[in-house]
Design a protein around this ligand. Structure first.
Ligand SMILES: *Cc1c(COP(=O)(O)O)cnc(C)c1O
Length: 400
């Protein structure tokens, strides 16, 4: 006996996690791809205070300017006084309140679908709908530029994931044909979150009808923005529940609140209640928030003047950008990217705009494909004509 205790020898040398993370961080830093959380304090109008600097905000997804609307604040406060803050439990275990039920009914009615189900976030809704409906052996076909949560949901489901070229219906058809015996679901963003363009929804819907695939549209950026009553890209394209059974919408963007929903035929929504783990195993959203969201829905649906203001700002920005010869993409949504190519160019442009008092984030890989780094300008009904004119002036100055 030596008197020294030795740790038992490891059968295999284990890689050191801390070392790997440090190397990964260094790699990101050197490639100008390090992400950083900054504290942003929204101010009256479309202004934001970032690290002590007051800037005009062109980064928000609050497209209708509802997040700070007094009617929403009043609804939230009133409901919180009546029913408190937390729901206290999951929907299936006592957390489902009258506020949730009312909001679900209103969302179904607005989007022209039989039934709607609330989720805590859009990310969780996409995980829930894909992993809840699909299983190993099934086929999930998705646009290359779909939101990360749709990709992750397909992976979680165990289904075979095949991605098609962006907005390319023939490429989608080839992917569907590649596994003709499998039950299939095709998922697409309605409005693409980094490019701002709208998916070829009608053609994809006929493809799905022809090939027996179920269609899911994630309309996070279309809801409130498109459609006569703001019901989104599907309403704009005249596609109802028969053509596109599953619609996912978020409540944290144009509605200015937080959370998400999936709407569709009662039979599919019931399947989510039974099988969507991100619905079942999580606390219901605060009921007061559901109440504020119901107020937001009323405004988003009926305040046509507000939506018209957003579209006027979009048109103003596009006209100005074209005049200045900026590489803007073909987008009529509130998302107006300016393609700059490499990450450094996008970062430099973003920080020069910040120096002039404009918050326009740079979006870099892996959020967008390599070589497609960009400025992502988002417009809102909260912007006035002078805000957009000032941004165009600043962009022109930065380009020189
Ligand atoms: C924002 C977004 C989501 C996620 O929604 P959250 O409620 O923010 O989690 C999902 N899909 C798309 C296309 C989005 O832009």
């Amino acid at each position: 006996m030596s008197g020294v205790e030795h740790a038992p020898a490891r059968a295999t040398p284990r890689p050191d996690l801390m070392q790997r993370l440090a190397a990964e961080r260094l790699r990101r830093e050197q490639a100008q791809l390090l992400r950083r959380v900054r504290t942003c304090m929204p101010q009256q109008g479309a202004w934001v205070l970032i690290e002590g600097q007051l800037q005009r905000d062109f980064s928000s997804n609050d497209y209708l300017g509802l997040a700070r609307d007094p009617a929403l604040v009043a609804a939230l406060t009133r409901a919180a006084h009546a029913s408190g803050v937390g729901a206290g439990a999951a929907h299936l275990l006592g957390g489902h309140r009258d506020e949730h039920a009312q909001l679900e009914a209103a969302l179904a009615e607005w989007t022209g679908r039989e039934r709607a189900l609330l989720f805590s976030t859009g990310y969780m809704a996409n995980l829930g709908v894909l992993a809840g409906l699909l299983e190993a052996g099934d086929l999930c076909v998705q646009d290359k530029l779909n939101h990360a949560s749709l990709i992750d949901g397909a992976r979680l489901s165990g289904a075979t994931l095949r991605r098609y070229r962006h907005a390319d219906v023939e490429s989608a058809a080839r992917q569907l044909a590649s596994l003709p015996q499998a039950a299939a679901l095709l998922a697409t963003d309605g409005v693409f979150s980094m490019d701002g363009d709208v998916a070829p929804l009608a053609q994809l819907a006929s493809l799905c009808a022809d090939t027996g695939a179920l269609m899911l549209v994630d309309d996070a950026h279309g809801l409130g923005v498109f459609g006569a009553d703001g019901a989104g890209s599907l309403a704009e394209a005249g596609l109802g529940q028969t053509q596109v059974p599953l619609l996912m919408g978020t409540l944290g963007k144009a509605l200015g609140c937080f959370g998400a929903f999936v709407a569709g035929p009662a039979m599919l929504i019931e399947a989510l209640v039974q099988g969507a783990r991100s619905f079942i195993y999580t606390t219901a959203m605060p009921p007061a928030l559901a109440s504020a969201t119901l107020t937001a829905l009323g405004i988003a649906r009926n305040d046509h003047e507000r939506r018209a203001r957003l579209h006027a700002r979009i048109a103003q920005f596009r006209d100005g950008a074209r005049t200045l010869n900026f590489p803007v993409l073909e987008s009529h949504s509130a998302i107006q990217p300016i393609l700059l190519g490499n990450a450094q160019a996008a970062l430099t442009a973003s920080s020069r705009l910040a120096q002039r008092g404009f918050h326009v984030p740079a979006v870099r890989p892996p959020t967008v494909p390599a070589g497609q780094a960009r400025l992502r300008v988002t417009l809102s009904a909260a912007h006035c004509e002078a805000d957009v004119a000032a941004l165009l002036d600043a962009l022109a100055a930065v380009a020189r």
